[in-house]
Design a protein around this ligand. Sequence first.
Ligand SMILES: Cc1cc2nc3c(=O)[nH]c(=O)nc-3n(C[C@H](O)[C@H](O)[C@H](O)COP(=O)(O)O)c2cc1C
Length: 231
Amino acid sequence: MERRKFIRNSLMTAGGVLLGSAVAYRFLHEEQPKEYPLPPTIENIHKGKGKNVLVLMSAGTRHGNTDRLTDAYIRGLVKKGHTVTKIYLGSMRMAGCRGCGACQRNGNRCVVQDDMQQLYPLFAQCDTLVMASPLYFWTITARLKAFVERLYAISKEDKYPEKETVLLMTAGDDKENTFDHAQSYFHIISSVLGGHEVGIYCAGGCTGCEKTARNINMKHLENAYRMGLDL
Ligand SMILES: Cc1cc2nc3c(=O)[nH]c(=O)nc-3n(C[C@H](O)[C@H](O)[C@H](O)COP(=O)(O)O)c2cc1C
């Protein structure tokens, strides 16, 4: 009896160790897909004399529709002489807010040690926050939503720093109400940040990731560029 128990326990322990090692091995050797390597996380695009603009590009792929729309907008910003920092949220490891409330007791420091820690100072320094996102299930990406949630850490008595806000979006659909949910969410976030919306551009009718070549109409890129010039 004792011997049977010993053998069973040994087998279970060995199984557990093997499973744990397999998970750890996979985690450590997780390869980036070769077709779409992740872009760098933070790019200092331009240093100018104008505003300090922080661009959060939340699509998971480089040179996709949202990235191209964002770059067109950035070209306008650069031409105008603004300082531009571009963040690839898709390359960052960032969790949503835990709701532990530690930030409110610890001098507005978030205890979650992930890539958001690099973004807090950039957000503090910026004049303008650009939120760029593909439309995912009628709203912004989970990555961008996680960024917004984590701003809770720096709130003081429910007050947030004032920032100008811009929304750039792409979607497959091109209906009258395609961007309604995303836009109404953006309006709320903008009002939390002081109510200084300075631009919304939503590009519908983009060819999505089901096709090898994504496609965004040139007219959207031209319009975004002009919007960048207007900031
Ligand atoms: C997970 C997922 C959800 C999507 N949800 C919608 C949607 O609700 N409405 C829509 O019109 N397009 C939707 N799309 C299409 C993308 O918004 C569209 O192809 C976008 O331009 C892709 O941007 P990207 O090339 O930057 O990734 C979805 C795509 C994915 C991958």
